[in-house]
Design a protein around this ligand. Structure first.
Ligand SMILES: [Cu+2]
Length: 140
């Protein structure tokens, strides 16, 4: 499958998942974002399809980035000039819910295919990473 086909099937899946109830083989992770933290209802999931349901419970815009990396969540290289973590340098960005989709009070979701390994969830709006918006996450 091409990357585009994968992306659109992920979108269709996440739309379908909006209906009540779960889907076989998909693990749902509830993510709460606020100033300045990220919380999840589970920090470890079986490898496979993972649906991240992100809720912004804060007063400002946030974003959710899922980064595959071996680095601990608080050890990403930090770019002081941009006030952002160097996500591309740390590993591979697998998915992102953009800030415009996650204003205060909103919920947005994405479904990703995670292979076994270590991941970091972060918000990389300037200053937010350093203020604590990062979390270790694992697929087994
Ligand atoms: Cu943020």
């Amino acid at each position: 499958m091409t990357r585009r086909a994968l992306l659109s099937s992920a979108l269709v899946m996440s739309l379908a998942a909006c209906r009540r109830g779960g889907q076989a083989g998909v693990t749902t992770v509830t993510v709460e974002l606020g100033e300045y933290y990220i919380k999840v209802d589970k920090a470890e999931v079986p490898a496979g399809k993972v649906r991240f349901v992100a809720k912004n419970v804060g007063q400002m815009e946030h974003e959710l980035i899922v980064l595959r990396t071996d680095l601990p969540a608080d050890r990403l290289l930090y770019n002081e000039a941009e006030q952002k973590a160097e996500e591309e340098q740390a590993g591979e960005v697998l998915g992102e819910i953009e800030p415009e989709d996650l204003p205060p009070g909103k919920t947005a979701d994405m479904t990703l295919d995670l292979t076994a390994g270590h991941y970091v969830l972060l918000c990389n709006i300037p200053t937010h990473y350093k203020q604590g918006m990062h979390l270790d996450f694992r697929a087994r």
